[in-house]
Ligand binder design. Structure first.
Ligand SMILES: C[S@@+](CC[C@H](N)C(=O)[O-])C[C@H]1O[C@@H](n2cnc3c(N)ncnc32)[C@H](O)[C@@H]1O
Length: 268
């Protein structure tokens, strides 16, 4: 990574412990990581060789979902919580490619994402993008701040890709989703991905244990029924709860399953 100077790196950036946003960026082939992130990332890959495929499949899922929502589904507003470091095909780029007037609010609590947020703040002239430095555990604040950029009386797609796995208590994670979706009108969507131990992924469990002893924030996997419970009360779009690599991917044969659920729900 370009070592962040005092102007770009908030004092809470820690280069001595691996951070999820930076390791995820490493697995995606980005350049925003420290030696400690690469060391932990390589150890995890050694234990769980398909983790790189998981990261790439997750991003490809994001692209397919956002293209569908901004296109056929006519969604013009996106709230992307747990954004990650800027990479190729960020939500606003995909959405505004289809619908130039799309409005996107990004939310993350990692200081290094904040330091790079200006790369997320490019927008088509007709649309808008905003970045909010906030914790997913505070959905009321997220809604309050997002409401400055998004019209919360109109449908919003809430994107929570690879983030509820950092809210270890399932009831708390469900409460976050309920608060967010409860505040949004009919026609809003919830887009989720989440790691699981139920879709194979050799070494995944040991790798998560290693992660929790050596990196931050701690992570948990969830079962299909726990994952599906986040979508309670929503109409789940076809093909339902599947490996994110298989969600409306063609041809399916060329997209082997990865150990990451993906699904999209629509508020009736
Ligand atoms: C696995 S990355 C996923 C990034 C992106 N959504 C994607 O799918 O490629 C998870 C992101 O969630 C962020 N994150 C983790 N816990 C969070 C929390 N409590 N509040 C806000 N962001 C959080 C991390 O900083 C990281 O950027």
């Amino acid at each position: 990574m370009t070592e962040p100077g005092p102007r770009t790196a908030p004092s809470r950036v820690r280069a001595d412990i691996a951070h999820n946003a930076r390791v995820w960026n490493y697995w995606l082939g980005g350049g925003d990581h420290y030696p400690v992130d690469r060391a932990v990332g390589d150890r995890v890959t050694g234990m769980y060789p398909s983790i790189g495929e998981v990261a790439r499949a997750d991003r490809a899922f994001l692209g397919r979902v956002v293209r569908h929502l901004a296109g056929d589904a006519g969604i013009g507003q996106f709230l992307d919580i747990g954004t990650g470091l800027p990479t190729a095909d960020n939500t606003h780029e995909v959405a505004q490619h289809t619908a130039p007037d799309a409005r996107v609010v990004y939310v993350d609590n990692d200081p290094i994402v904040l330091a790079h947020a200006r790369s997320l703040l490019t927008s088509s002239p007709e649309g808008a993008t905003e970045y909010v430095d906030a914790d997913a555990r505070d959905p009321e604040r997220i809604l309050h701040v997002a409401g400055r950029t998004l019209d919360l009386r109109r449908p919003v797609a809430v994107m929570m890709l690879g983030i509820l796995n950092f809210v270890l208590d399932t009831d708390e994670a469900r409460g976050i989703v309920t608060t967010l979706m409860g505040a949004l009108p009919s026609g809003s969507h919830l887009v989720l991905t989440h790691p699981t131990l139920e879709l194979g992924g050799e070494g995944n469990e040991a790798a998560m244990r290693f992660w929790n002893e050596n990196a931050t924030p701690p992570i948990t996997a969830r079962s299909r029924s726990e994952f599906a419970s986040f979508l309670d009360g929503l109409e789940i779009l076809d093909p339902g709860v599947v490996s994110c690599s298989r969600w409306r991917a063609a041809p399916v044969r060329q997209n082997p399953e990865v150990a990451q659920f993906g699904a999209v729900g629509r508020k009736p």
